[in-house]
Design a protein around this ligand. Sequence first.
Ligand code: IPM
Ligand code: MG
Length: 354
Amino acid sequence: MKIAVLAGDGIGPEVTREAVKVLKAAVGPAAKLELIEAAIGQAGVDAAGDPLPQETLQIARDADAILFGSAGVPGDEVIPFMMRPGASLLRLRKDLQLFANFRPAFLFPELADASTLKREVVEGLDILILRELTGDLYFGEPRGFRTNAAGEREAFNTMLYSEPEIERIARVAFEAARKRNRKVCSVDKANVLEVMQLWREVVTRVGKDYPDVELSHMFVDAAVMVLMKAPKSFDVIVTGNVFGDILSDGAAMLTGSIGMLPTASLGVGKKGLYEPVHGSAPDIAGKNIANPLAAILSAEMLLRYSFDDAKSADKINTAVRKVLADGYRTGDIAEAGCKTVSTSQMGDAVAAAI
Ligand code: IPM
Ligand code: MG
C-alpha cells in the first residue's frame, strides 16, 4: 500500500498525524504500508517555492492513494491562483482527474445532540453528496480580470460542463445509489443556467439506464431548504462542483460538526485522494484542539475504496463509535458530562480502541 501523506497547512499536520496513527493500528504491523510524506500548500511554497512542488505531484501520481490534510493560509485569495496554497488541492484533483467526490453525511447516534438542528430531524441521517470535482466554475475557461470599455475593472469565470463530464458523474451516482437506497436527487439550477439545463438533460438520459433507481431533480435553492428541513428524505445527491461545495458544508452541520466529515475523491481507477471536508482552520492550528475524526474517517474511506480492505476499515469505524460512546469529545462536539480531549488524545483513544 503506497500512500502519499500530504499533511499541508493549519490543522492539517495535527489531524493527519492522528489519521496515520489510526491507519497503522487498523492494518497491523504485518501490512506492507509505505507512507511517503511530501510538502503541499504553504509548506510546499516554503520547501520548493510552489504550493504543489513537482516532487510532491510525482509522489502523488505514483501512489495508490493520497491522505491529505488541508492547504491554505489566511489571506490566500489575493495571491495569484497558481501560487495560492489552497489552490494546490484543486491542481492536484485536476491533475489526477479525481472527478467524483464522495461526501457522506452520516450522523453517529452519540452526536444527535451536537447538531444545531432538532434531534428528530437528524437522527439516523445517512446521505451521500456526490460532488463533481474537476469542472464547473472552478476550472472553466476563460477566467480572469479585465477592464471594460468604460474603464471599469471586471472579473469573470465560466460555468462549463461537457456532456461526457456530466455523464460520467451521473453514472457514478446511479451506481452508488444501487449500493444504498436506490434514490438519486440531481441538484441543479436549470431554471436559470444553460449549463444546468444540459446537466439535467444528461442526468435524465443516463437515468434511463438505471430504471431500478428513482431519479428526482431539485433546484439548488430548494435543495438547501429540504436539506435543513427533511435531510433524511435524500439518499444520493449528485451535483456540480460549486453547488456540491456549498451543500456539503451545509450537510456537515447536520452531523454536528464539520470536524466529523471525511471525503473520498476518485477517478476512473482505484486511486483516490482522502481528506477531511474541513479546511486548515488557522484560528485553532497548532493548539492540539482540532477534531481529528474527519481525518481518521478519511483513512477509513481510503482502506475501503482504494484497497478494498473492508475489514480494517470496519475496525476504524467501530473504534470511532466506541470512543464516542465512551464519551470522548473534542471541543467542537463537546457536551455536558463528556470527556473533553485534545487532538492527540482522541487519536490515541481511537488507536487504543482498535
Ligand atoms: C472543499 C474546499 C475546497 C473547495 C477549497 C479549499 C479549495 O472548500 O474541499 O470543499 O472549494 O473545493
Ligand atoms: Mg468546501
